[in-house]
Design a protein around this ligand. Structure first.
Ligand SMILES: [Zn+2]
Length: 354
């Protein structure tokens, strides 16, 4: 049976609980921010718009942790000085997750994605280590507020042998509905935490936020070759031939969902890509994107897999569904064609994505 979405009162209560958690929870490491962000992101990737409970695997949380911390484990250079250092993510000593990631980076000097696809054994080891930290620390601590446990997200996590958590009814719905607000709250609090924990080394650096949350982009050249062939060198949006090099556009903009998934990419003119900017694409583009993945999704999956390129069609569809749902609730304008010709989102977008 499908659970109905939470009522407006229940949604408000969720936000109060989150606010209380930020205001009164004790944070000795930045893990809790990473955990909240990871859960929010995973709700977008795997949840739906009902009020159903949602199972989240610890393996998936560990993977999100690695992506969130990877960039933060690089040396930070305050004010472009030549003296870089690794930011502390714990009030006493360094956070274990950082130490595990540093070991992988030092050995291999890679991006997280390259580690995952080119060095699967190292990736699995790192993920296992991070998962252990997550299950022993932030998972049970997250909901402890002023010596009191408020289990509004999931049931008490004291048995660390579990390999997943189950979000309560309505929780995934709220994480999806308030994803952008929660991301801002989490990043703001995380930034303040890192600033306070590293005061002496940081001085008054102003570029810390950009460093912390600048998600790594990955080279898109291999995707481009596959998609250009598939689209017979025509631009996905205007359908004209691409005579120059062309570009890969994130169909759901990177600013909304910083994930790297092959089916989210389309081959376009540079000018079309630039003009589309951070907007969602109009209904006709959504229709074409959905049709492409309906008819050629599996073929593209095979091509991506042959080259070890990240992809996951069901998750990509879920993210797209979520992004348009959000756009509908804020009555967003969608990008139709160059010179910023826009159209307003209509409820009919849902029929397109079935
Ligand atoms: Zn074009």
């Amino acid at each position: 049976m499908i659970t109905p979405p939470p009522t407006p009162d229940e949604q408000l209560q969720f936000l109060y609980n989150i606010q209380r958690l930020f205001a009164q929870g004790r944070f000795t490491a930045s893990y809790k921010y990473a955990l909240l962000q990871s859960i929010a992101d995973l709700c977008v990737m795997h949840g739906d718009d009902s009020g159903d409970s949602l199972e989240i695997k610890l393996d998936d949380i560990a993977e999100q942790f690695i992506h969130l911390y990877w960039q933060q484990c690089r040396p930070f250079y305050p004010h472009q000085t030549s003296q870089g250092f690794i930011l502390r993510q714990n009030t006493s000593g360094q956070a274990a997750v950082v130490t595990h990631i540093l070991t992988s980076q030092r050995e291999l000097h890679l991006s997280a994605f390259k580690l995952k696809y080119d060095y699967p054994k190292d990736w699995v080891r790192l993920k296992r280590n991070v998962r252990t930290v997550v299950s022993r620390q932030p998972l049970w601590k997250l909901q402890v507020v002023s010596n009191d446990t408020n289990e509004f997200l999931y049931d008490d996590f004291t048995d660390t042998s579990h390999d997943s958590i189950r979000l309560k009814s309505g929780v995934a719905y709220c994480f999806r509905a308030f994803h952008s607000i929660l991301t801002d709250m989490t990043r703001g609090a995380w930034l303040r935490f890192v600033q306070t924990t590293n005061t002496q080394s940081l001085g008054n650096s102003t570029d810390l936020g950009e460093f912390l949350f600048n998600w790594q982009r990955i080279p898109l050249d291999k995707f481009k070759l596959i998609l250009r062939d598939h689209q017979e060198t025509r631009c996905f949006y205007c359908h004209k031939m691409v005579k120059s090099k062309g570009e890969v556009d994130h169909f759901i903009p990177f600013s909304q969902s910083p994930t790297h998934l092959g089916h989210n990419y389309v081959f376009t003119h540079k000018s079309c890509n630039l003009d589309k900017f951070d907007f969602l694409a109009a209904h006709q583009h959504l229709h074409e994107w959905a049709q492409r993945n309906l008819h050629y999704g599996d073929e593209l999956t095979d091509l991506f897999n042959e080259q070890n390129l990240p992809n996951n069609l069901p998750v990509t569809r879920n993210i797209t569904n979520w992004a348009y749902c959000q756009a509908e609730s804020t009555k967003a304008e969608l990008w139709l064609r160059k010179r910023r010709v826009m159209e307003t989102i209509q409820p009919s977008w849902r029929e397109v994505l079935v």
